[in-house]
Design a protein around this ligand. Structure first.
Ligand code: EVA
Length: 597
C-alpha cells in the first residue's frame, strides 16, 4: 500500500458530493513575495481575472508576464451548502504547478510540492456551511536542482527572476487542471488496490479496500450494467467466468461498485470502471494478457495553443482520435504525469500508457550537448538527498493515483538523467529499490526510464535497473543529420549490435526518435527541417528496428509540435510533431499510418 497523498477521483452518489470550481478566478503576481506579510490570503489588493484551469503564460501579450518567475496568487469565493454538514469537506486540485500553499477563510490548510499530481486541502475544520467562504492560494513556479522537473533561476539586470529549465518544454505554471469542492462521509473508502489473474477463459480480480469500515460489498457489472459477481470483505477475490479481457483491440470495461459497511450499515460507496488485464515482462518480450505486444505510438506533451498545459477534454478527444486514425496503441506521458482525464479516456479508447514521473533535467548537459560528449557530474552535488525525497514522493503519488488504470502498463522513473557515472547508478538504485521494496504498485508493473545518447552499451549504468530498456535516440538529427544520414544509420546499427552482444535478455523500446519538421517545407532532395527528411528519418529507424528481435516498440517524438523556451534551435517551439500544434497531419502522419496499420 502506498503512503502519501491519497485522493480518489471525485464521484457523486448518495454518500459523496462534488462540485467543479472551474471558472474565472482572481489572480495577482507577487514579485517581491510580500503577500504573506501583507495578508493577501484575506483579500488580493489588485487582482485581475484568470481562468482556472489555465496558464497566464499563454494568455498574456507581455514578455515579462509570459516568463514570470516567482510567487503568484489565486483567489475565489466558494459557497458551501449546509446540506454538507457531518461530511468531511475538501478542495481537490488536479495539480498546481509547481508548489502551493492553500488558505481557506484565511487559515493555512495545506502545502504541496510537485506540479503534476493531485492533492486535497481538508477544510472541514474551517469551513462555514451555508455561507460564502474565501479560498486563496499562493503558488510558486521556481525551478531548482532539488525539485523535479529540474532547472534553476537567474536574476536579470532589472532584478527580475527568470527560470532556466533544464528541459525542452515551456515551463507553464499555475492552476492548469480541474479544481473541485468535495464532500465525503466521515467513515469512508480511502483507497483500493486491484490485481488480476487470468486462467484460460476465467479471471480473478483480487481486491483490497482501505477505509474505516468493518467490511465491504463489491459488485462487478458488465458493459450493460448486469451483475456479473458480488463479493464481500475488505480483502478478497472475485471469480469472473468467461472474462472479457481489456486490450487495445477490445478495451472492455466492467463496472465496479464498492460499498463500505459498518455494523451492517452502508456508510460509503465508490464506483468506477475497470478492465481485466495483466502486464508482464518475459525475457525480451512484453506480455499483455500473456501475449506478446509491440508498442506503437508517441511521446506526447500536454500542450496546446492558448491552453498551454491546461486540461481540455476536447484536446484529449482530438489527440486520441488522431492516434486511432494513425493506428497506434501506446503513448508515454513525457515528461510528467498528465491530468487524470487523459488516463480515464485512455482506458476507454484502449491506449497503453507508460506513465512518467517529472524527473527530467537531472543532468548537467542538455539534449543537444549530450550528443557532443560534454560531461559534468550532476549527482555529486549536495542537493541530492532533498531531490531524492521529492522524487520518491512524486513516484508514490503517481503510482497511487494511476495504479487502477488498465491503460497504465509501465512506470517511467526518469527521462535522460546522467546515466553513466557511479553516482547516478547509486542514486537510481535507491529510487528503483524504493518502488520495488515498498511494493508501491500492487500490480508490480514493469519499471523503466528513458536513456539518452550517452547511455551506450559500453557506458550505460542504468539499464540494469530497468525491466524494460527505453532509448531516446536522435540519429539523423542531433547525430549526423542531413547529408550524413547514412553515417547516422551505421552508427545506429553499431550501437544496436553492441546491445545485442550484451544480451541483457530484456525488452527494448524506443521512447524517442525523430526530426524537427516545418509543415511548410518541402525539399527535393530532402533537407533537414523538410517533410521529406522527416519521412527519411522514419524509414531509417524502422529499417533498423526490424533487424533486432529484442526491440518491442517504437514511440516517435513527438505526437505534435509543442511550445518550448526561446532557443536558436527552436522555431516557435519544438517541431518534431507528426501533427502540427493544432493537430493537423504532416506528411509523416500518412507514412506512419501505412507502416503502423
Ligand atoms: C528533442 N529530445 O530534442 C527532445 C526533447 C525531449 O524535446 C530529448 O527527452 O532527448 C528530450 O524532451 O526534441
Amino acid at each position: 500500500m502506498c503512503s502519501g497523498n491519497k485522493t480518489l477521483y471525485p464521484v457523486q452518489n448518495e454518500f459523496r458530493f462534488n462540485q467543479l470550481l472551474n471558472s474565472m478566478w482572481n489572480f495577482e503576481i507577487d514579485p517581491d513575495s510580500i503577500g504573506i506579510k501583507e495578508k493577501w490570503y484575506k483579500k488580493l489588493p489588485k487582482p485581475e481575472s484568470m481562468p482556472v484551469p489555465g496558464t497566464f503564460a499563454e494568455l498574456t501579450t507581455k514578455r515579462d508576464r509570459k516568463y514570470y518567475t516567482g510567487d503568484f496568487w489565486y483567489e475565489k469565493d466558494v459557497f458551501v451548502p449546509s446540506f454538507l454538514k457531518n461530511k468531511d469537506i475538501a478542495i481537490r486540485f488536479g495539480s498546481i504547478t509547481h508548489r502551493a500553499k492553500v488558505f481557506f477563510n484565511s487559515v493555512e490548510v495545506k502545502t504541496h510540492e510537485g506540479g503534476f499530481l493531485p492533492f486535497e486541502a481538508d477544510i472541514t475544520k474551517v469551513v462555514k456551511l451555508g455561507q460564502v467562504n474565501h479560498l486563496a492560494i499562493l503558488v510558486n513556479n521556481k525551478l531548482s536542482l532539488e525539485t523535479i522537473p529540474c532547472g534553476d533561476v537567474t536574476i536579470l539586470s532589472d532584478g527580475r527572476k527568470a527560470n532556466r529549465p533544464r528541459f525542452d518544454f515551456f515551463n507553464y505554471s499555475g492552476i492548469m487542471r480541474n479544481v473541485w469542492l468535495v464532500a465525503t462521509p466521515k467513515g469512508k473508502i480511502i483507497d483500493f488496490d486491484l490485481k488480476y489473474d487470468i486462467q484460460g477463459k476465467s479471471a480473478q480480480i483480487h481486491y483490497q479496500i482501505y477505509g474505516n469500515g468493518d467490511t465491504a460489498k463489491v459488485e462487478l457489472t458488465d458493459r450493460n450494467g448486469n451483475t456479473v459477481a458480488v463479493q464481500s470483505g475488505l480483502k478478497n477475490s472475485i471469480d469472473v467466468k468467461n472474462a472479457q479481457l481489456w486490450s487495445p483491440a477490445c478495451p472492455y470495461l466492467y463496472g465496479i461498485k464498492i460499498q463500505l459497511l459498518r455494523q451492517g450499515k452502508i456508510i460509503d460507496e465508490y464506483s468506477t470502471k475497470i478492465g481485466i488485464r495483466t502486464v508482464k515482462v518475459l525475457g525480451t518480450q512484453i506480455l499483455l494478457n500473456d501475449k506478446p505486444i509491440h508498442l506503437k505510438g508517441f511521446g506526447k506533451h500536454e500542450d496546446f495553443t492558448i491552453l498551454g498545459k491546461a486540461t481540455s477534454e476536447s484536446v484529449i478527444k482530438r489527440d486520441f482520435e488522431c492516434m486511432k486514425w494513425i493506428g497506434v496503441n501506446c503513448f508515454r506521458t513525457s515528461h510528467y504525469p498528465y491530468a487524470e482525464e487523459w488516463y480515464r479516456e485512455a482506458d476507454r479508447y484502449g491506449f497503453l500508457i507508460i506513465d512518467e514521473v517529472p524527473a527530467v533535467g537531472l543532468s548537467s548537459y542538455n539534449f543537444i550537448e549530450a550528443t557532443k560528449g560534454k560531461f559534468k557530474s550532476f549527482f555529486t552535488n549536495k542537493n541530492n538527498s532533498k531531490l531524492e525525497q521529492v522524487h520518491e514522493q512524486e513516484i508514490t503519488e503517481m503510482i497511487n493515483r494511476d495504479k487502477n488504470h488498465q491503460s497504465v502498463i509501465a512506470w517511467s522513473l526518469f527521462n535522460e538523467p546522467e546515466s553513466t557515472s557511479n553516482e547516478s547508478y547509486h542514486y537510481f538504485k535507491k529510487i528503483f529499490n524504493f518502488v520495488r521494496e515498498n511494493k508501491l504498485d500492487p500490480q508490480a508493473r514493469p519499471l523503466t526510464g528513458a536513456l539518452e545518447n550517452h547511455s551506450q552499451p559500453d557506458t550505460d549504468r542504468l539499464s540494469q535497473l530497468c525491466d524494460i530498456v527505453s532509448l531516446n535516440r536522435y540519429y539523423g538529427w542531433y547525430v549526423k543529420g542531413g547529408q550524413y544520414i547514412q553515417e547516422a544509420k551505421k552508427k545506429f546499427i553499431d550501437e544496436m549490435n553492441g546491445w545485442e552482444r550484451l544480451n541483457l535478455n530484456k525488452p527494448f523500446i524506443f521512447t524517442e526518435f525523430g526530426a524537427d519538421t516545418l509543415a511548410s517545407e518541402h525539399r527535393l532532395p530532402a533537407e533537414m527541417w523538410s517533410q521529406e527528411y522527416q519521412n527519411e528519418v522514419i524509414h531509417m529507424f524502422f529499417d533498423v528496428f526490424k533487424q533486432y528481435n529484442f526491440i518491442q516498440g517504437e514511440l516517435i517524438w513527438n505526437f505534435a509540435d509543442f511550445k518550448t523556451e526561446d532557443a536558436i534551435v527552436r522555431v516557435g517551439g519544438n517541431q518534431k510533431g507528426i501533427f502540427t500544434r493544432d493537430r493537423q497531419p504532416k506528411d509523416a502522419a500518412f507514412l506512419l499510418r501505412k507502416l503502423w496499420k
